[in-house]
Design a protein. Structure first.
Length: 83
């Protein structure tokens, strides 16, 4: 599986926008609740990037073997729960 760079760039741009929004919200004295919503959105975007990169790395390590792919899927699920 090849890493989808366009998707990664879109998600990173979204996270950057959300982080910039957090900065503006803090500067303007916005509510903690609204700020935390934006922080969680940025975390979620970065988490998805980490999963995509991890999935690509694991897939490239195990090759095309069906059994290895299933093992890789299990490892990825366990790893993603840590992120």
């Amino acid at each position: 599986m090849a890493l989808d760079l366009d998707s990664i760039h879109v998600r990173l741009a979204k996270a950057q926008g959300q982080i910039a929004a957090v900065d503006r919200m803090i500067a303007s004295g916005d509510s903690a609740e609204r700020i935390l919503v934006q922080i969680n959105a940025a975390k979620s975007a970065l988490h998805k990037v980490a999963l995509l990169v991890s999935e690509d790395a694991i897939s490239s390590m195990v090759g095309k073997n069906d059994k290895k792919q299933e093992e890789a899927r299990i490892v990825l699920e366990r790893f993603s729960s840590l992120l």
